[in-house]
Ligand binder design. Structure first.
Ligand code: NAD
Length: 275
């Protein structure tokens, strides 16, 4: 029995569960165990990438849990060393083989790597992969507005989603508005600020008020902003904790207090220069 959870409808009509499990910096064995725990808890969305080196473990975790493939929303990403039509197509086949699946639900270009000036051809490979049934949906990660516009101008196909750094200290309001105007969903990576936002005194105060943990309050904040969040943990108790977020609502004053924490502090690289 799948526990209650919310889905977001993407512009291609596919539905993505609003909360997923992130597995960056987990080994194959860790990812395998974490994915199994998450699916048993009711998660139906897992976010990996070829560069994480754990696609094999993610695939094994899905099979260990016994969850039907069709019930799991699985994302992987094309790394910066595989830009271009041919290289990206080959990289996707290798990912599918490691994951041991026939298709992924969402395939992303991990970074635009603008110095390579090749992300439009990479995007054409994703469009082709979707046509060939190797991915249900196609999107991007870490794209700035000019990168998004270039994809649309040159191919006529907009990504369904942009996965970007987004947490209480880096709220990305301008980019979220651009996404909205383009019909692109926003997905938050490092939704907990890699753990840094968990000790924030404003968030801890709100957590006390609702008798929740700081992680749950932050995940709920993402949900109420209409974002898709992929908190990472390999600790079973935390994986479970991070999914107990469907039975409470933050009131407007608490949302406002959290919105006021934005300071634009990036934890990851700058997409305009990272290659
Ligand atoms: P996160 O914000 O999810 O924080 C994860 C860390 O917070 C964990 O390592 C753990 O130490 C701690 N944590 C998690 N749950 C907790 C809990 N309940 N209580 C206490 N501590 C807890 O950070 P992240 O891993 O950087 O981001 C999440 C996912 O986003 C990644 O695993 C990956 O899938 C994705 N991601 C994508 C990109 C990209 O470029 N597209 C970049 C970074 C991360």
């Amino acid at each position: 029995m799948v526990k209650p959870q919310l889905n977001i409808q993407l512009s291609d009509a596919q539905r993505i569960p609003q909360i997923g499990l992130g597995v960056w910096q987990a080994s194959n064995e860790e990812a395998r165990a974490a994915v199994r725990v998450a699916l048993e808890e009711g998660y139906r969305h897992v976010d990996t990438a070829s560069i994480y080196g754990n696609e094999k473990g993610v695939g094994e975790g899905i099979r260990d849990a016994g969850t039907p493939r069709a019930e799991v929303f699985l994302t992987t990403k094309i790394w910066n060393d595989a830009h271009g039509f041919e290289a990206a197509s080959v990289a996707l086949d290798a990912s599918l083989e490691r994951l041991n699946v026939d298709y992924v639900d969402l395939l992303l270009i991990h970074w635009p790597a603008p110095s390579q000036d090749n992300y439009v051809d990479t995007w054409r490979a994703l469009i082709n992969a979707q046509r060939n049934g190797k991915t249900r949906s196609i999107g991007v990660s870490n794209f700035n507005p000019d990168h998004l516009q270039k994809l649309i101008d040159e191919t006529g196909v907009a990504p369904v989603l942009n996965q970007i750094e987004l947490h209480p200290y880096m709220q990305q309001e301008a980019l979220r508005k651009v996404h909205e105007s383009m019909g692109i969903a926003t997905q938050s990576w490092s939704p907990l600020g890699q753990g840094s936002a968990l000790s924030n005194s404003v968030i801890l105060e709100i957590a006390r008020k609702y008798d929740r943990t700081a992680a749950q309050v932050i995940i709920r904040w993402h949900m109420e902003l209409g974002l898709i969040a992929i908190p990472k943990s390999i600790t079973p108790s935390r994986i479970r904790e991070n999914f107990k977020v469907f039975d409470f609502v933050l009131d407007a004053s608490d949302l406002a207090a959290m919105n006021a924490l934005n300071c634009g502090n990036r934890m990851g690289p700058d997409p305009s220069t990272f290659a």
